[in-house]
Design a protein around this ligand. Structure first.
Ligand code: FAD
Length: 278
């Protein structure tokens, strides 16, 4: 099986951030990932930043997949964006609904859910793009039930998604079960686990509360016990996430997608510990 290993970035907010990301990207490119992906702020808040970051990676001759989120956007805006990516020779997209910025109304725009975006991209661009969608082994926080969430995921695949990347998780069993259940419903699309390295407990706890990813109690307690001891947090985090990735790969996961937070060290440390190909 050809596994897919990829790295995710967010568009830098300053020229210094852009310089730093260039260094990070160059270091990560050495291990030859299948692609880099670049996030997109919902409602188009990072439209230009995402576009510029994507084009820079593409110009460096590296495979790149822009994220597109559809909440708060119009059909015309999405059509313009995908036409631009297509004209530039980009072949992969990550299609998402996105979250409205806090305080903003989420209803405006032509799309309600990511399956509508996937269908729109297919109608506009045929098979030009490989389309990735999001999956939630621990359930999306707004879903009515795990069954509903699974049905929603399957709707995205039926609309034309080729593969999926999961929200990060630390419970491998939730991923295995999710994959088994959607396979039983006829889904053959590869579902690549999203991997969040553990380097900063406060930040991780905040993200996890927002996106519904559970930090198991024993991991939370251990991390909290390290206090400000960053070295111990990183060492423990590397052990825990290496074990998780080893379990996932041993059970046949079709690759790994690393949420890098625009840092190279943690993702590369995992890469080495896992003995992934260069
Ligand atoms: P959807 O698949 O549309 O699902 C959203 C919710 O609606 C779910 O609860 C689902 O169960 C429910 N639902 C779906 N269809 C229906 C229906 N027909 N009726 C009723 N309920 C329905 N966010 C960004 O803003 N920018 C990014 O770049 C970004 N990148 C991401 C990358 C990955 C790999 C992941 C996992 C997430 C990313 N996100 C990003 C976050 C994502 O946008 C949020 O999790 C968002 O809340 C849901 O997006 P989605 O595409 O999964 O939405």
């Amino acid at each position: 099986m050809q596994r897919t290993y990829s790295f995710e970035f967010f568009p830098p907010k300053s020229p210094e951030g852009a310089d730093k990301l260039r260094v990070v990207r160059t270091r990560l490119a050495e291990v030859k990932p299948a692609f880099f992906s670049v996030t997109f702020g919902a409602g188009g808040s990072t439209r230009e930043g995402t576009w510029n970051t994507v084009m820079e990676i593409h110009a460096a001759g590296l495979p790149v997949a822009p994220h597109i989120s559809c909440i708060g956007t119009t059909r015309e805006q999405v059509a313009q964006l995908i036409d631009g990516y297509r004209a530039a020779g980009i072949r992969r997209l990550v299609a998402l609904r996105g979250d409205p910025p806090s305080g903003a109304a989420g209803g405006a725009g032509d799309f309600r859910y990511a399956n509508e975006l996937v269908a729109f991209i297919r109608a506009e661009a045929g098979d030009w793009f490989h389309i990735e969608v999001a999956a939630y082994p621990e359930m999306h926080p707004q879903a009515r039930s795990p069954d509903d969430d699974r049905a929603n995921f399957l709707r995205k695949v039926r609309a034309g998604a080729n593969s999926a990347i999961t929200q990060y998780f630390y419970n491998a069993d939730a991923y295995f079960r999710f994959c088994r259940e959607v396979e039983a419903a006829g889904c053959t699309a590869p579902i690549v686990p999203g991997i969040m390295p553990i380097t900063n407990f406060t930040q991780l706890a905040r993200f996890s509360d927002n996106c519904g990813a559970e930090i198991p109690r024993w991991i939370r307690l251990k991390l909290a016990g390290f206090g400000d001891d960053k070295v111990s947090i990183r060492a423990f985090g590397l052990d825990v996430v290496t074990d998780l990735c080893e379990r996932l790969l041993a059970a046949g996961a079709p690759g790994l997608h690393f949420y890098t937070m625009n840092q190279a060290d943690a993702a590369l440390a995992l890469w080495r510990r896992l003995g992934l190909p260069k």
